[in-house]
Ligand binder design. Structure first.
Ligand SMILES: *[C@@H]1O[C@H](CO)[C@@H](O)[C@H](O)[C@H]1NC(C)=O
Ligand SMILES: *[C@@H]1O[C@H](CO)[C@@H](O)[C@H](O)[C@H]1NC(C)=O
Ligand SMILES: *[C@@H]1O[C@H](CO)[C@@H](O)[C@H](O)[C@H]1NC(C)=O
Ligand SMILES: *[C@@H]1O[C@H](CO)[C@@H](O)[C@H](O)[C@H]1NC(C)=O
Length: 120
């Protein structure tokens, strides 16, 4: 019975899957927090991205930089918006993401910001 259910599930799964290339690979790249914890700035991240390009990791599909945590101040602004830490991003987040996005197809991804699980 279990085998039959599994077979049915597999058939349903294959009939509804789209062959459009989406989701074929997990998100691949580099997670800043895993290596640096909260000790990173724009300079650190850009250096990491440059190394990924140089070592052909971006061409191999590792095209994401994940900040993960600690990019924002601990406290939100008066209106409740997340505030990027100006000490880490002296020219602002737009400048940072434009810099990263100009490097091959590396993409910058923000973490959850002011919901930081770890603060410093
Ligand atoms: C980050 O900095 C803190 C405070 O200086 C230090 O305790 C921690 O070991 C550092 N973490 C890494 C991964 O360098
Ligand atoms: C964040 O807000 C709390 C509550 O208002 C305050 O006690 C704390 O000092 C603030 N922290 C920083 C780093 O501004
Ligand atoms: C919240 O305040 C910031 C400045 O502190 C401003 O840039 C932003 O547009 C405001 N957001 C809303 C939704 O009013
Ligand atoms: C980021 O800001 C710096 C300093 O103002 C500037 O030299 C650089 O061109 C800016 N980069 C982008 C991509 O806007």
């Amino acid at each position: 019975m279990l085998r039959q259910l599994l077979t049915t599930a597999a058939l349903v799964g294959s009939s509804t899957a789209l062959n459009n290339g989406v989701g074929k690979l997990p998100k691949m790249g580099y997670d800043m927090f895993n290596a640096f914890e909260c000790n990173y700035t724009q300079t650190t991240v850009v250096a990491q991205a440059e190394a990924m390009v140089k070592h052909r990791l971006v061409k191999a599909g590792y095209n994401s930089i994940i900040l993960d945590d600690c990019y924002a101040l601990v406290n939100r602004s008066a209106n409740g918006s997340i505030v990027a830490d100006p000490a880490k991003w002296p020219y602002g987040m737009r400048n940072f993401t434009d810099t990263i996005n100009a490097m091959e197809r590396t993409r910058a991804i923000r973490g959850r910001g002011a919901t930081n699980s770890k603060t410093s």
